[in-house]
Design a protein around this ligand. Structure first.
Ligand SMILES: Cc1cc2nc3c(=O)[nH]c(=O)nc-3n(C[C@H](O)[C@H](O)[C@H](O)COP(=O)(O)O)c2cc1C
Length: 300
């Protein structure tokens, strides 16, 4: 739930204590409007100001509906769903960077889960992970953008319960990876498909020659395959974290052996592993230093 949403809901639950639903809504609308005006007081250019204190509630509702209609949004009376990338936020154009930063489209708590508090997990609780959760994670990860929508990542989920598969996997690991992987209820073998181009006619029907184009040049083919698999894998990590799971990526293992044991007669090749499950504890070493903006980026 977004920050604005939680503010909205707490406001409406307070409002429900007195008077009818309509009266609550009017009170909430007024309060909401005042807050918005305060937020925007510094940057309130007439161009972006679509509401005023003097307008009647009917006028405001009408305007809100028109805004919804123009944007093709649903007609929720309360919180409007945010269209990713849209400059509209809760019926307003985001005309101030400060506002956008203060009210991110996902809540600060969600940012904590996905970024600020998300750490590489190496200790896992002995809680089994339902298959449905892995399906959900894949559903999210497969929405990642990829060049020509080529989707070259493949994943083999090795479940703890499958002791023979787990033993095979453990035989590919060094002692440090072994300990982490032993404990993990699931390990994802993140792979790439050498024949990912075969799906291009279905994945990118608007470019009929995409498959031929990529298969013609080995270098290009490989670059596209690796780049986009890695990108999808990044999304998989975020997807797993968004479902509340701890993830521990591992690249230090015997890829060749892993391919022999798990991917024989297949066009899939292992890339790296992701141990996943519920974190056993929240005792992590201090976060390693991250590069400053000026080292990692340039503004031109
Ligand atoms: C693709 C990938 C491979 C990794 N391989 C290993 C590994 O082989 N061994 C290991 O201990 N950590 C491995 N890590 C974990 C990183 O060391 C860790 O993400 C990094 O130190 C940042 O830690 P933090 O996520 O807790 O901030 C890997 C991470 C990624 C994304």
């Amino acid at each position: 739930m977004g920050l604005c949403q939680s503010q909205e809901s707490s406001r409406s639950s307070r409002g429900n204590k007195k008077g009818g639903k309509g009266a609550n809504k009017r009170r909430n609308d007024k309060r909401h409007e005042k807050r918005r005006k305060r937020r925007y007081s510094s940057s309130e250019s007439s161009e972006h100001t679509t509401e005023s204190d003097s307008s009647s509630e009917d006028e405001r509702t009408d305007r809100k509906r028109r805004n919804h209609k123009d944007r093709g949004d649903r007609h929720d009376d309360e919180k409007e769903p945010h269209q990713p990338g849209s400059p509209f936020r809760d019926g307003r154009v985001v005309d101030s960077a400060a506002y956008a930063l203060q009210y991110p489209v996902i809540s600060k708590e969600d940012q904590d889960i996905l970024f600020y508090n998300a750490r590489t997990c190496t200790r896992f609780a002995a809680i089994p992970i339902p298959h449905e959760m892995l399906r959900n994670a894949m559903k999210l990860a497969l929405l990642a953008p990829s060049a020509y929508n080529c989707c070259p990542m493949r994943v083999v989920f090795v479940m703890n319960e499958n002791t023979s598969a787990k033993d095979k996997l453990l035989s590919c690991l060094d002692p440090e990876g072994l300990r982490q992987t032993q404990e993990a209820p699931v390990t994802a073998i993140v792979c790439t498909d050498l024949h990912y181009t075969h799906n291009l006619p279905k994945l990118m029907p608007y470019v009929p020659n995409a498959q031929q184009m990529f298969e013609q040049y080995d270098d290009l083919n490989e670059m596209i395959r690796i780049r986009n698999s890695n990108l999808q894998a990044g999304y998989l990590i975020l997807a797993l974290r968004s479902l509340g799971l701890g993830v521990g990526p591992l690249s230090n293992f015997d890829n060749e052996k892993c391919d022999q044991l798990f991917l024989e007669n297949s066009t899939w090749r292992s890339n790296f592993l992701i141990n996943l499950g519920y974190a056993k504890d929240d005792q992590y070493p201090p976060r390693a230093y991250r590069l400053e903006f000026d080292v990692a980026a340039k503004l031109l």
